[in-house]
Design a protein around this ligand. Structure first.
Ligand code: MTE
Length: 323
């Protein structure tokens, strides 16, 4: 498939902070002693959170493509319509049942083909790099999408610190599988634990986000507390929740969904309106919150609208074969 390379991302006028707001923020930052540390304004969250969880502000991201202009989905929708099969297969299950997940204490093991493996306590992991707010589209393979202001930092920050060896070709994410905390593990819907993986250059892409929060607050349990990844150009299931292990490996891992239905879910799972799922089209999507009698479906965009940023990762690949 031929990959277009559109002109570099140009900011929309509304993406540019008005001068008065910028100056106000500089004053606040100076008062906090942060002005020298960060040229980026410490943003108010773009959309309101639930107000019940700890605040986790992030500076507005300067990564190209990180702040889409679509209207964010409401916090109520983003936290009540979820896929987190460890808590059940119904969209309402995670919000109702994930209160049993304990996000502290929590350790993330970084291991495999790297010079500096380690066990990171979650609070230390959160301090590894500056938190940014990023507004990403998330397109689920089932045909719906949301727009969520996430908080975190590029996964590459952690990967660089681990110093992967030349043998590290893929990064594998393993998520928590604890029957005491996760009632859905009793079902055989997937082979637990939930495993996902990326090619090394995908994982190093600045848009790949190690995510600790959303809407200016820490992640609610149902959205993958205390740490998940978000890969905005891939179908939602690649964005593994509640991660406990990140491993560098030489051989391409088999993700849980690939294992359960290889003819339906490939390793790459890049959002692609031109390649249908064997049982349904992927050409359009329903934006959560826009339902109703007159709500139109939206056309799904190549790489979920992030083609300018990630298209080159797949140049020359047959995306029908590597779906
Ligand atoms: N991670 C784990 N551990 N278990 C899951 O079932 N579901 C995936 C992904 N990560 C899933 C997971 C799917 S199918 C989607 S669409 C997204 O999480 C949903 O993320 P959200 O609920 O925060 O919108």
């Amino acid at each position: 498939m031929l990959i277009k390379t559109p002109a570099p991302h140009e900011p929309h006028p509304s993406e540019i902070t008005p001068h008065r707001v910028y100056l106000n923020r500089r004053t606040t930052l100076a008062a906090l002693g942060l002005a020298a540390a960060s040229p980026l304004a410490l943003a108010q969250p773009t959309a309101a959170g639930g107000g019940k969880l700890a605040k986790l502000p992030g500076a507005r991201s300067a990564v190209a493509g990180a702040m889409v202009l679509d209207k964010p989905t409401s916090y109520a929708d983003a936290t009540s319509y979820n896929n987190f099969y460890e808590f059940g297969t119904d969209k309402a299950d995670p919000a109702q049942r994930a209160h049993t997940l304990k996000p502290r204490p929590w350790t993330v093991a970084v291991e495999g083909e790297c010079a500096k493996p380690g066990n990171y306590d979650i609070d230390a992991l959160m301090k590894l790099a500056a938190m940014e707010e990023r507004i990403y589209r998330l397109r689920c393979v089932e045909g719906w999408s949301m727009v969520i202001p996430w908080v975190g930092y590029s996964l590459s920050e952690l990967i660089k610190r681990a110093e992967p060896t030349g043998k590290a070709k893929f990064v594998e994410f393993t998520t928590l599988a604890d029957r005491a905390q996760m009632p859905g593990l009793r079902s055989g819907v997937l082979d637990w634990p939930y495993v996902e993986a990326l090619r090394m250059d995908e994982a190093m892409h600045p848009l790949a986000l190690l995510t600790f929060g959303m809407y200016g607050e820490v992640l609610p349990n149902q959205n993958g507390a205390p740490v998940r990844v978000v890969l905005p150009w891939k179908y939602g299931f690649k964005s593994a929740k509640s991660i406990v292990r990140i491993r560098f490996v030489e051989k391409q891992p088999r993700s849980s969904w690939e294992q359960s239905a290889p003819q339906e879910y490939g390793f790459y799972s890049n959002v692609n309106p031109n390649v249908a799922h064997p049982r349904w089209s992927q050409a359009s999507e329903r934006r959560i919150g826009e339902d109703g009698l007159f709500a139109k479906k939206r056309p799904t965009l190549m790489f979920n609208g992030y083609e300018a940023q990630v298209g080159q990762l797949y140049a020359g690949m047959d995306l029908r074969k590597f779906f």
